[in-house]
Design a protein around this ligand. Structure first.
Ligand code: ADP
Ligand code: MG
Length: 346
């Protein structure tokens, strides 16, 4: 029989599908009483009675959404969970369970899939969500990951994209554009590496940007902070495709317009410095770059005092009457129409 001497390179067909699933999932902890049966039967069983249930899915395809040339598999697993949890938090809900489906080509050894699952497990433990199932299959080329997240919230707590009113304040969490610039830095280093395999990139000056690209976090903390402050946003969305397209979603679904103030857009100093280095316009990058996974929401003006001075939040504009449209007010006090220029992976 074929002996695999390289311990770090176990072919997947050696362990078999069922062995693989068991191996990958047996060390996951269950955090929620609502998980009655997780992995191991024909279907998971959940006991979701009191609240409303939220469900969201994302599909990530190698070469389209991620490049394993600079994305370590553990980070990929972590990020794949995060992007889904972010969608649940964007509804002002708690995330409770996930399913994970993967299609893997035989170019991946067992150890690679273990790495992927170690990132998934870290995200599950950090965000206290239960892995309750999934599917495993082979692919002729590359890696696909589809994750479904399940969450719950009281009916009256759920925040939709459609609730923003004229004169509401537009608020964003954290800062923007870092993940995109992290990707630009990594792309550049990859090209340098292709020319000179001995090159060792020094990324210290871009540490925050690279971290935002490779290890993004979902703003579970913000959902708790808003609860503690007794602020219920009138509308909310997570920023996965860039500020401009998310603002337009809020405006369209809420039937309002918006004034966004350029000078208010929160940017990290590394973002500003790296934009200069890459000769990019930081406002344009903030408007059009994706993958920040911050939350964008609107609040009633009466709630302003509750969030004022809180370092997690920046008021970047206000909503207007629908016919006024969605505009960026520049530093030179000019009004420019906001157009959708969201990050597109295809
Ligand atoms: P079936 O043939 O009924 O689809 P599977 O053998 O695919 O069953 O799955 C067996 C169990 O393992 C199920 O509970 C399923 O949800 C779970 N599972 C399968 N693949 C994965 C995966 N990649 N990650 C987590 N759980 C998985
Ligand atoms: Mg199956």
């Amino acid at each position: 029989m074929f002996e695999n001497k390289d311990k770090s390179n176990t072919p997947l067909d050696k362990i078999g599908e069922f062995g693989l699933i068991k191996h990958l999932t047996e060390n996951f902890k269950i955090h929620h009483k609502s998980t009655v049966k997780g992995v191991g039967d024909d279907a998971a069983v959940l006991n979701l009675t009191n609240n409303q249930t939220l469900i969201t899915t994302d599909l990530l395809v190698e070469g389209v959404h991620f490049d394993l040339g600079y994305m370590p598999l553990k980070h990929l697993g972590y990020k794949a969970v995060i992007v889904n949890l972010s969608d649940v938090y964007a509804m002002n809900a708690s995330a409770t369970q996930i399913t994970v489906s993967i299609a893997v080509s035989n170019r991946f050894p067992l150890e690679a899939i273990e790495e992927l699952y170690s990132g998934i497990q870290l995200a599950c433990d950090t965000y206290k969500v239960d892995l309750i199932g999934g599917d495993t299959t082979s692919s002729t080329k590359g890696l696909l990951i589809s994750i479904t997240a399940i969450g719950d919230a009281k009916k009256e707590d759920i925040v939709y994209r459609s609730g923003a009113k004229e004169n509401d304040l537009l608020v964003v969490t954290g800062d923007l554009a870092a993940a995109y610039l992290g990707l630009q830095v990594l792309e550049r280093e990859k090209q340098v590496f292709q020319v000179n395999q001995k090159s060792q990139p020094d990324l210290t000056k871009y540490a925050y940007l690279v971290e935002r690209q490779l290890k993004p976090e979902a703003r579970k903390d913000v959902i708790q902070i808003l609860r503690d402050l007794k602020v219920k946003p009138t509308a909310m969305i997570d920023i996965s495709d860039g500020l401009s397209s998310e603002i337009l979603h809020l405006c369209e679904q809420s039937q309002v317009g918006c004034n966004l103030f350029e000078e208010k857009i929160p940017l990290d100093p590394q973002v500003i410095a790296t934009c200069e280095e890459f000769e990019l316009e930081s406002t344009t990058v903030a408007l059009s770059s994706g993958e920040d996974y911050e939350l964008l929401f609107t609040i009633d003006q009466n709630d302003f005092d509750k969030i004022k001075g809180n370092p997690n939040f920046t008021v970047i504009g206000h909503m207007t009457e629908k016919n006024q449209g969605a505009h960026l007010v520049t530093r030179a006090n000019q009004k420019v129409a906001i157009i959708a220029q969201g990050w597109r992976s295809f």
